[in-house]
Design a protein around this ligand. Structure first.
Ligand code: PAF
Length: 281
């Protein structure tokens, strides 16, 4: 496994792999890797010849400095996991490598970045598209894989790639879950034992919504059911519930006649957890 810290090293490593029409898969991460990330690596490997992973805690997508400072980092453990998974190239840049002195270029999807989660985290998705564009230009993958759990992020990146004619195929990787249904996330490790036990309520609410959707129902009834299930857990506080079209993320109302993306954010003490499910009528 080749570990690269500069743009030049990364481009040289990738060029050496991509000879003879070989295709490169790419999984951008912010480290603190868990099985959810590794399933994205597995998916990238299934559809390409080589896999590159980046580990970069991107400052431009964080709101509060404390969130950035508190973000978990464990380079040695991450590298051991990537080595064991047979990853070919790891890109581990410094902030100044990604954002050179004097940088001033941003990339933003103007609507998708500023609705739903983007409305409560101003600048977050602009930070994501700005860093992903830079990473794509450095790593030059054929395919890039992003988790479906960060559902709005996946749609924002698909839009950006389509709008800018970026020659990278974007794939969504299904959400990996703990045995009780909790979506895997770097944040889970920061939950207290009591909050960790209570956090199962997110997947419980989404599964109940999917069951209700099969019975011929309305979006209002689905929302009411989810709200009631989250309210039944005293440690949980519902922060966001969006019921939208799966690709353009526009609000859906009335009888459920089309697939519906349900995006949920729930707070436990100071930790915000998100989960999502596309449910079918
Ligand atoms: O999903 C993440 O971990 C980050 O938002 C990403 C895509 C690596 C960009 O920093």
């Amino acid at each position: 496994m080749k570990i690269c810290r500069t743009v030049e090293e990364t481009r040289a490593a990738v060029a050496a792999l991509k000879t003879g029409g070989k295709r490169l898969g790419f999984v951008p991460t912010m480290g603190a890797l868990h099985d959810g990330h590794m399933s994205l690596v597995t998916l990238a490997r299934e559809v390409t010849d080589f896999v590159a992973v980046s580990i970069f805690v991107n400052p431009t997508q964080f709101g509060e400095d404390t969130d950035l400072q508190n973000y978990p980092r464990n380079e040695a453990r991450d590298l051991a996991m990537l080595q064991a998974a047979g990853v070919d190239v790891v890109f581990l840049p410094e902030v100044e490598t990604i954002y050179p002195p004097g940088h001033e270029t941003i990339v933003e999807t103007t609507r998708l970045a500023n609705i739903l989660h983007g409305a409560v985290r101003p600048g977050h998705f602009r930070g994501v598209t700005s860093v992903v564009t830079r990473l794509f230009n450095i790593v030059q993958p054929d395919v890039a894989v992003f988790g479906e759990k960060d559902y709005q992020q996946l749609q924002v990146i698909k839009r950006m790639v389509a709008d800018l004619h970026v020659p990278v195929t974007i794939l969504g990787g299904p959400t990996r879950r703990e045995a009780d249904g909790l979506a895997m996330s770097s944040r889970n490790a920061r939950l207290t034992d009591a909050d960790r036990a209570a956090a199962v309520v997110l997947s419980k609410a989404l599964n109940a919504a999917a069951d209700l959707a099969q019975t011929g129902t309305s979006v209002a009834a689905i929302r009411a059911l989810i709200e009631a299930i989250i309210a039944s857990e005293p440690r949980a506080s519902l922060k966001g519930l969006d019921t939208v079209t799966p690709d353009t993320l526009e609000p859906v109302e009335g009888p459920l006649t089309q697939p519906l993306a349900v995006m949920l954010s729930v707070q436990f003490s100071d930790i915000l957890l998100i989960d999502q499910k596309v449910i079918q009528p």
